[in-house]
Design a binder for this molecule. Structure first.
Ligand SMILES: NC(=O)c1ccc[n+]([C@@H]2O[C@H](COP(=O)([O-])OP(=O)(O)OC[C@H]3O[C@@H](n4cnc5c(N)ncnc54)[C@H](O)[C@@H]3O)[C@@H](O)[C@H]2O)c1
Ligand SMILES: O=C(O)C[C@H](O)C(=O)O
Length: 333
């Protein structure tokens, strides 16, 4: 069950980047009750930057036109202090996009400023029990910066989205083996939401049978399946001319539903590393987690990791610590 901070039982859900394309697919899912439950009334706090406020107002007009019974109030603003006020759940999609010629460091620099300001605002006005999912890229490192500037919010309440990568892996397995997606189990995403992520199928099954041979064995998985998932975002961008939005929104809904309402299945989320699987504390790293109702989760322990998997986990860990170093240097400026 959700535990709204407000005594009237209304859950305050903040969406940043609310005039953007992910929000356009996500807001109806939330407003209809598909994420937090069909009996959970909500107040929407929609945040975007000043130049996008007219577009945001158009989105709000459409939300009114949908006449969703669960939506009790809508706030539209360009001020994070207003948007995060009493927020129970915050979805952070607003970020600076990569432009041609930008180096990764430039992208991190632009986003450090955004997530610094948002972290400080969250720290001051959000519920101390707020649940945050960072979506804007580079999402794991943006989550780290946010957490750095929001010391009063427990680190475990801040997460970044890798459920899209998990869903992509499940979708590919289902397609390649000719089954429905719900017949696939045990896929895990490790590390960064980037091309170094490790979509791990070493323990995955289809109808209870190991997936690896069905995908053609380790070499085929290494040469075809893993790169397909790692580069799926770029492939969609190339095909659509826009980055993924419907699938991202659907994955955000899945992430929050598992986290807030609990899930009998193991799912992947980027969470604060705690030394599990030799990933030192200090980064937001995607692990397989088990979510219990009410917003608690734990990193699943004891998953056997062979040499094949260790190599990938080590590469994505290295990338995240390099991003951390760059971000913290920029924070110190
Ligand atoms: N983690 C994932 O799995 C995943 C998947 C897909 C997309 N993404 C990322 O999610 C982000 C949003 O994607 P989109 O397709 O909705 O982008 P979009 O460009 O359509 O929308 C982004 C919105 O954010 C707003 N914005 C920019 N700076 C802001 C700020 N400081 N505060 C509030 N709002 C701000 C923009 O005005 C815009 O309306 C991008 O960074 C994208 O790369 C992540
Ligand atoms: O927006 C992007 O760069 C791609 C996005 O993160 C995705 O995985 O689709």
């Amino acid at each position: 069950m959700c535990q709204p901070q407000k005594s009237n039982g209304i859950l305050t859900v903040c969406v940043s980047g609310a005039a953007g394309q992910i929000a356009y697919s996500l807001l109806p899912l939330i407003a209809r009750g598909d994420v937090f439950g069909r009996d959970q009334p909500i107040e929407l706090h929609l945040l975007d930057i000043k130049p996008a406020l007219d577009a945001l107002h158009g989105v709000v007009m459409e939300l009114h036109d949908c006449a969703f019974p669960l939506v009790r109030n809508i706030v539209e603003t360009d001020d994070p202090m207003v948007a995060f006020q009493h927020a129970d759940v915050t979805i952070l999609g607003g970020s600076f996009p990569r432009r041609p010629g930008m180096e990764r460091r430039d992208l991190i620099a632009k986003n450090v400023n955004i997530f610094k300001a948002q972290g400080q605002a969250l720290d001051r006005v959000a519920s101390k029990n707020v649940k945050v999912v960072v979506v804007g890229n580079p999402s794991n490192t943006n989550a780290l910066v946010l957490s750095h500037y929001a010391p009063s919010i427990p680190k475990q309440n801040i997460t970044a989205l890798t459920r899209l990568d998990q869903n992509r892996a499940v979708g590919q397995i289902a397609m390649r083996t000719g089954v429905n997606a719900d017949q696939v189990e045990g896929v895990a995403i490790w590390g960064n939401h980037s091309a170094t992520q490790y979509p791990d199928v070493t323990h995955a099954t289809v109808n209870g049978e190991p997936v690896m041979p069905k995908l053609g064995g380790r070499q085929a998985v290494a040469e075809e399946f893993i790169p397909c998932i790692q580069k799926r975002g770029a492939a969609i961008l190339k095909a659509r001319g826009l980055s993924s939005a419907m699938s991202a929104a659907s994955a955000i809904g899945d992430h929050l539903k598992s986290w807030i309402l609990g899930d009998s299945k193991i799912v992947s989320m980027a969470v604060a590393s705690d030394g599990s699987y030799d990933v030192k504390p200090g980064v937001y790293f995607s692990f397989p987690v088990r979510c219990s109702a009410g917003g608690d989760y734990e990193i699943v322990q004891g998953i056997e990791m062979d040499e094949f998997s260790r190599k990938y986990v080590s590469a994505t860990t290295e990338e995240l610590f390099a991003e951390r170093q760059e971000a913290l240097e920029l924070c110190a400026v």
